[in-house]
Design a protein. Sequence first.
Length: 100
Amino acid sequence: MSITPITTKITPLNIGQPVSQPKATTATQEIGNTFSGILNNLQTTQATSDNLLQQLSAGENVDLSQLMIATQQTDINFRVAMAIRDRLVDAYKEVMRITV
């Protein structure tokens, strides 16, 4: 059994040169990304439950437990999206009430 040596590459320090910082995202971008992800998840679960409902109405063999789970997931995702939307609207109204 041969043992291969561990080799590391040592890079010189760049003293005096500006350090490139990763681009920071703002809070509004993070909120937008979060809400966008929630809406995308809602769209996916809605499409899944719609597809199962169409299959059921067409007379195809559909597992009713899967249909009910998909429908409930869509309902929960919709409620979460609406709650977040309401909070964002309330926050916007509160910011607009602030006098400068």
